[in-house]
Ligand binder design. Sequence first.
Ligand SMILES: *[C@@H]1O[C@H](CO)[C@@H](O)[C@H](O)[C@H]1NC(C)=O
Ligand SMILES: *[C@@H]1O[C@H](CO)[C@@H](O)[C@H](O)[C@H]1NC(C)=O
Ligand SMILES: CC(=O)N[C@H]1CO[C@H](CO)[C@@H](O)[C@@H]1O
Length: 324
Amino acid sequence: MKKVEAINFLYVLVLSTTVFLIFTYKELTETKSPGGRMRLLWNWRSVQESYHLAVYPCIESFRVRAHLPVIYVVTPTYPRPTQIPELVRLAQTLMTVPNLFWIVAEDAPILNPRVASYLDGTGICHAYLAAPMPESYRGELKTPRGVSNRRAGMDWIRKHVTEGVMYFADDDNTYHLDVFEEMRWTKKVSMWPVGLVTHLGVSSPVVIDGRVIGFYDGWIEGRKFPVDMAGFAVGIPFFLSKVDAEMPYRAGFEEDGFLRSLEISVDDVEPKADNCTKIYVWHTRTQKATPAPKIATNITHFTDSNLSALEKELFLETSESAFH
Ligand SMILES: *[C@@H]1O[C@H](CO)[C@@H](O)[C@H](O)[C@H]1NC(C)=O
Ligand SMILES: *[C@@H]1O[C@H](CO)[C@@H](O)[C@H](O)[C@H]1NC(C)=O
Ligand SMILES: CC(=O)N[C@H]1CO[C@H](CO)[C@@H](O)[C@@H]1O
């Protein structure tokens, strides 16, 4: 090829790549739905795969213990350096809980193949969904994080499930195994204390003679149900009967708005954890970590070393974080 031809060819290549990128980016941003559904071009295959791969053997295993209601754990997550470690920690708790289905919903326009492959490797029955927050909420002072994810999880449950219990489990909390057995038999809405919430160190229903009469929480703010996301579970048949139940995009009022939309009264709440005398879940937080720079491979003894393979394990300043 002559030099001029080569340059022309390069121009065409660069131009078509740019056009392709612009179009796919448009696709990606325009297919975001407020409810956060599995509608994106690129994730379709992975969603289907991670869903089918995991669900088939799982449904069989649920039948073995058919007397135990299945717990559907909805976990909102988002791309960040601590994402995989948090999911590892939570997964290794969930692995030991029988009859559990894990719905992991990612606040990103596309699914992360590393997360997908990690989830497949856990052997936990799961669905992995892309559920980006609508762009209009991103600029807000207090963004309603995790809402599009939980909504996507609820949509999935409405489509695929008729029995069992639903629980919202953030990936950074600490869960005692007993919390799952406490919630398993929830009829409408069950509640229990959550440790490390606000300056009071705990958020809990107030229980007298086995009945919930109010709430102890460091941030009441006019909420009818001042509780933490990790402090309640909902019976799925009951949830399905409330066709309009939804979580609002309102930072700080997600729990209250959702519980109100279930049209329950404080009297309906089933206190668990020995009448709310035990703490089985804590609102722990992981310190923020910064994305890693690329590994400098121009240093002689780095070349052909393990480092290039190791880099694939890192959450880099470039690639993944570009979506956030
Ligand atoms: C909760 O309190 C009620 C009323 O005091 C009592 O009957 C019930 O056994 C208690 N439940 C548990 C699990 O401790
Ligand atoms: C390696 O590359 C980086 C940036 O690309 C540069 O700053 C650094 O000086 C280089 N190191 C060596 C040993 O060449
Ligand atoms: C000692 C060792 O594990 N070396 C490996 C480091 O990673 C490179 C690149 O992936 C491999 O080729 C080496 O075998």
